[in-house]
Every structure is written in structure tokens, then in C-alpha cells.
Design a protein around this ligand. Structure first.
Ligand code: GTP
Ligand code: MG
Length: 403
């Protein structure tokens, strides 16, 4: 796959929102170790407006990684894609037929895609199992999402999938921008506000990927992101109507102030899915995102998990205390919680008078256990039982089931 030299990323180098120069020269870095010392791949969630070039970029990333001998693991979550220029390891279309879903549930195209994604989500634990199984052998997991961005970003299933992936593996969001279609300040701002809302919703490391820079270089975007006044000037300039009146209202101006904060938290790269420009910068940004995940997201995840466990434990304790109170017992008994049953019904019926097993009884019990094990040997699953996926077979079945 031909890879061209990357487009220099404009003058806007002061802001964190620009591509890091040092990283720009690096090749696709190796996926790093997790806190447990095991190698973990990084998951790249490719999200963007319809037609921004997500699928084409997936193909480009795939071929770039193949050329680096780091073939990725690929998930396609777009049930409506008709032509996929790469082959996915797990493809939602193998599991759900969205056209059939539309017919059977009397839905329009968006409802069909949404329902297909919902159905797929009910099996996502299995999908995650397949991904985790391959975690040791791949460096990148790439995820293509449905064309209609809101189906993934605002649906319950999109959130469940994102959270499930992000709590299992280092994950970054690559937000794809159709650069030639965002040259007007108003469109640019709308797109950035959308990106901002996704960042705050997912809280994951975020990369703004200006795609199609073979058609329109993204320098203007970097300039607007780095210099807030430049953007306001452009807004004022292009917002004038034929009488010279500025119809851009103050709301737009204040919104652009909000965005200034957002730009500080993200990195931006320019790529062309068509020509392959900017691949190195892209993977350098992914690597930074992975580090950010380890530094910020994972500790927060651990904290939330501990908080949740503590809450569950407290609820259990409260429940037990309530039950004890209802039973008229002040405190939970220390030993056998089920109280003083007649001796022949008690679990300790094997004990001798001194409170311990007699030698004969102990031997009897051991023999009983061995016989039990012989009667019910554990059966190791055969390879054929293990559900394979990814174009190899269709272990998860198909929805709706063929009539
Ligand atoms: N010139 C140019 N065209 C591109 C580039 N990337 C994608 N395209 C074109 O943009 C169009 C949309 O590309 P897709 O990859 O289908 O976009 P998508 O975001 O996956 O589209 P949906 O999934 O339908 O939302 C196609 O015609 C692509 O050929 C690029 O870097 N440069
Ligand atoms: Mg697509």
C-alpha cells in the first residue's frame, strides 16, 4: 500500500490540539503493556458524520497496518454498509439482517439500523470475548460505526458497546471530519460542537481526524483551533450578508468560547483515506491516546468499580441487618448463620466429640469425593465447541431467523 509523506501540520503548534511534532516522525508504535504487565491492543472507535470517510479510512488503516506487519482485528458495526472495502473479523451483518429487521418490525431505514444495533448489543459480551481472546496477538482493534452518527453516539446500545469496550481495553475515539465540507466557520463550529458532545459523553481519549486533506488541506482548521481570534474574525467576515450586516449572533460567539476549552483537551491530525497521507501522525496520536487512557481513564474506571463494589457490599450488609431485625435477632450469629439445628441435620455432623473429624471419617469423606469425581469427570470443551467468528462461521446465529 503506497503511503505518501505526511502533510506538515500547519503553523498551529502551540496548542495540544495540534499533532505532536515529535510523534509525527514515529512509525506505528507497538501496543503497550497494561498495568497488569500483559500486552494489550488499543481499540480505535471510528466515529463521524455520514460520508466523512470512516469506512474508507478503515480500509486505509487496515492496509497500512498490514504493510507494517501489524494486522489489526476489525469490527464492523454498520449493518447498512453495502460494500465493505476490507474484511472484518466480526461483522454485524453476519448476525443481523437490517433489511429483514425493517420488514418484520415495520421500520424505516434509521429505525432498522438502530434495532439491528440493539439486537447485536444483546450479544456483545460474546463479541468482547472474541476480541479479548485475540488481545495477546494484535496491536490494534479497529471499529467502524454506522453512517448515521447519532445512531451510535446517542443510542443506548452505542453507549453500552462503547462502555463495554472501554472497560475492557484501552480505547480511543477517532472522530472523522469531512474537511472540505467544514470550511465555513458555521459548519466547522457545528461539527466541533458535535465532537465536543461526544468527548464529554464518552470521556475517552479523543482524536480529531481531518479527513480528505488531498482535496482540502486542514491548515485553516488548525489555525482556527489554535487562535480563537482568527476564528471569530472568520465568523464575522463570512457571517455578513449582502448589505454588510453581520447576522452571526452572539450565541455563536459564546459557543466558540466553549470550544476553546475543548480544543485544549484533544489532539488533531490531518489524513487522507484516499492517498494514505498522515498515517504516521494518526498512529502517533493513537499511541498518545492510549497513554492518556492509562493515565486518566483506567484509574477512574478502577475507582468507579471500587465504589460500585463498596455500594453493593453496603447494600448486602444493610439487607442482612434488616433481615436479622425482622427475625428478632440482634446480631448475625458468628458461627453457623442458620442457627442451632438438631445435630443430625447440621453440617458438622461428621465432627467427632472433640469438634474435629475422626481419622476414619476423614478417609471416608475423601473416598466419597473421589468416587463422585469419577462418576462426573469434567469434560474439556473440544475445539469445535468453541464458537469461532469473523467470517469463519456464524456461531451467534442470524437475526431475524430465516423463516
Ligand atoms: N478525496 C477523498 N475522498 C474520500 C476520502 N475518504 C473518503 N472519501 C470518499 O468519501 C465518500 C464517503 O466515504 P465512506 O468511506 O463511505 O464514508 P463513511 O463515513 O463510511 O460513510 P457512511 O458509513 O455511509 O456514513 C466516498 O465516496 C469516498 O470515496 C479521502 O480521503 N479523500
Ligand atoms: Mg461507512
Amino acid at each position: 500500500m503506497a503511503e505518501t509523506t505526511s502533510q506538515p501540520i500547519a503553523s498551529a503548534t502551540q496548542s495540544k490540539a495540534t499533532a505532536p511534532e515529535a510523534a509525527a516522525t514515529a512509525a506505528a508504535p507497538e501496543a503497550g503493556p497494561s498495568t497488569t504487565g500483559q500486552k494489550e491492543p488499543v481499540v480505535v472507535l471510528v466515529i463521524g458524520m455520514a460520508g466523512s470517510g470512516k469506512t474508507t479510512l478503515m480500509q486505509r488503516l487496515n492496509s497500512y497496518l498490514h504493510s507494517k506487519d501489524q494486522p489489526p482485528y476489525i469490527l464492523n458495526l454498520d449493518p447498512a454498509v453495502s460494500h465493505m472495502p476490507y474484511s472484518a473479523n466480526i461483522d454485524i451483518r453476519d448476525t443481523v439482517d437490517y433489511k429483514e429487521v425493517m420488514k418484520q418490525y415495520n421500520l424505516g431505514p434509521n429505525g432498522g439500523i438502530m434495532t439491528a444495533l440493539n439486537l447485536f448489543t444483546t450479544k456483545f459480551d460474546q463479541v468482547l470475548g472474541f476480541v479479548e481472546k485475540r488481545a495477546q496477538s494484535v496491536d490494534y482493534v479497529l471499529v467502524d460505526t454506522p453512517g448515521q452518527i447519532e445512531i451510535f453516539t446517542w443510542s443506548a446500545s452505542g453507549a453500552i458497546i462503547t462502555d463495554a469496550i472501554a472497560s475492557s481495553l484501552p480505547t480511543v475515539v477517532a472522530y472523522i471530519v469531512d474537511t472540505p465540507r467544514t470550511t465555513s466557520p458555521a459548519t466547522f463550529m457545528s461539527n466541533m460542537l458535535y465532537a465536543c458532545s461526544i468527548l464529554y459523553k464518552t470521556r475517552l481519549p479523543f482524536i480529531l481526524v481531518f479527513n480528505k486533506i488531498d482535496v482540502e488541506p486542514h491548515d485553516f482548521a488548525l489555525e482556527w483551533m489554535a487562535d480563537f481570534e482568527k476564528f471569530q474574525e472568520a465568523l464575522a467576515e463570512r457571517g455578513r450578508d449582502e448589505n454588510g450586516e453581520n447576522y452571526m449572533n452572539s450565541l455563536m460567539n459564546s459557543m466558540s468560547l466553549v470550544l476553546e476549552e475543548f480544543y485544549n483537551d484533544i489532539r488533531a491530525v490531518g489524513v487522507s483515506a484516499m492517498t494514505g497521507q498522515g498515517m504516521k501522525e494518526f498512529f502517533a496520536a493513537v499511541e498518545e491516546g492510549r497513554k492518556e487512557y492509562e493515565a486518566d481513564y483506567r484509574p477512574e474506571l478502577e475507582r468507579l468499580k471500587q465504589e460500585k463494589d463498596a455500594k453493593a457490599e453496603a447494600a448486602k450488609q444493610a439487607h442482612l441487618e434488616r433481615m436479622m431485625k425482622d427475625m428478632g435477632v440482634d446480631k448475625a450469629p458468628k458461627g453457623n448463620p442458620f442457627g442451632p439445628h438438631p445435630r443430625n441435620e447440621r453440617e458438622d455432623r461428621y465432627m467427632d466429640d472433640e469438634g474435629g473429624d475422626s481419622e476414619d471419617e476423614r478417609i471416608d469423606r475423601q473416598q466419597e469425593a473421589e468416587e463422585e469425581a469419577d462418576d462426573h469427570p469434567e469434560v474439556a470443551p473440544e475445539d469445535d465447541d468453541v464458537m469461532q467468528y469473523g467470517g469463519h462461521d456464524e456461531g451467534m446465529g442470524v437475526w431475524p431467523r430465516p423463516q
